[in-house]
Design a protein around this ligand. Sequence first.
Ligand SMILES: NC(=O)c1ccc[n+]([C@@H]2O[C@H](COP(=O)([O-])OP(=O)(O)OC[C@H]3O[C@@H](n4cnc5c(N)ncnc54)[C@H](O)[C@@H]3O)[C@@H](O)[C@H]2O)c1
Length: 442
Amino acid sequence: MKGRSTTRREFVRSAGAAAAGTVVAGAVAAPGRAATGRRRAAMVGTGHRGSGMWGRDLVLKYPDVVEFVGLCDTNPKRAEAARRLMGVGCPTFTGFEEMCDRTRPDLLIVTTVDAEHAGYIVDGLGRGMEVITEKPMVVDERQCQAVIDAEARAPGRLIVTFNYRYAPKHQKIKEILASGAIGRVSSVDFSWYLDVYHGADYFRRWHRLSAKGGTLFVHKATHHFDLMNWWLGADPVEVAAHGELKRYGARGPFRHSHCRPCPHKDRCPFHWDMTRDPRLMALYAECESVDGYHRDGCVFREDCDIFDTMAALVRYSNGVSMAYSLNAFMPFEGYRVAFNGEKGRLEVRDYERQPFEVAQQTEMHLTLSFGERELVAVPRAEGGHAGGDDILRDIIFRGREVPDELRLPSARAGAMSCLTGIAARKSVAEGRPIRIAELVAL
Ligand SMILES: NC(=O)c1ccc[n+]([C@@H]2O[C@H](COP(=O)([O-])OP(=O)(O)OC[C@H]3O[C@@H](n4cnc5c(N)ncnc54)[C@H](O)[C@@H]3O)[C@@H](O)[C@H]2O)c1
């Protein structure tokens, strides 16, 4: 599809094989390597994820293959703080064009708030750069089409960093489904539980605003929908959803601007003391004078317009239907997924944090119809996102050899996962099922 714009209809028609949503694995191509042989990387959005996973970690683990030439953020104090935390000497900018013009990067890392990804991806691809973007790729269908078209025209490629795929436990699920052990999958039950710590944290930050993160159906569930597209080797076709705000935002009994000066801190179960974390104080508290952004914002602010309780029914191109739910104030963190097949059922219960002991972090059972139940040995890995972060970075920067199903996710995979969430959000708003083809075709 390179060299011409993809029409909306063609894009939807090309939907079908999840393998099509990938690009060749291997170290990022280098349109203009520095004399040192290292990639010239620029970053836009220098907050927690940028300065950490794609900042300090790259500086420490990949100094031989990548060097930072510019950091850009609308908050200049945060860009400076990130530069110090990353331990690099490159210049910082508040203007993206100025950064690109002055530093001539060949690799762009996009780690801004979600709603700002699309503009930078399109601009970066248009300038011939290789672009790595954090999830979700985009937050609405208009942005989705713009990115798909830009990638089709550009010489470089876009990598959407779906780190969850790379966790060995998720690869195990893929392997069992692909082996045919449970036969053709007919339906899926998938429930994701965010606890009163991690789940609440979305309501402290910009994520509480639909205009910034597209609701948790997009911001968070993009991970889950990508996993499902990848596990099933299929695309979403239609989504019917329900969403409500039941615990946070205006549902709260009292509120303040943020936790540090809050008069309710002694009685608020969600009170969070950010002052204990020097890194977060440097990245956010010490930068508040520029944009007034509070990292420890009150979870009960009335401007919160996202859901904390969500359910969706998704129909896929291979006939599978999925019942999905996402809840953001659970007493434990983790998920449950079960694949119902014509020959049996694969059930997974993943425990990430809970106030009780568990025998193992991931319980996986394969039960054959008319047969027996088997406990599956699940590989474990250390590191961020159950080992997914390190594997993903190694594939990108070290050209780590991987089988076809682990090739790097492209714009198409980014789009298909986002579109499920965008359709869910639209379904809640309009009270009807939404076909994916309505969003990117016609
Ligand atoms: N894959 C994962 O597991 C994972 C984990 C965490 C975050 N993320 C993603 O990383 C991205 C950043 O998240 P974060 O937690 O670091 O948030 P953050 O708030 O810490 O950082 C976002 C930064 O973007 C900057 N910004 C906002 N608008 C901008 C604009 N128009 N131009 C330039 N900079 C702008 C902000 O000032 C801030 O510094 C998000 O898209 C998020 O979804 C992914």
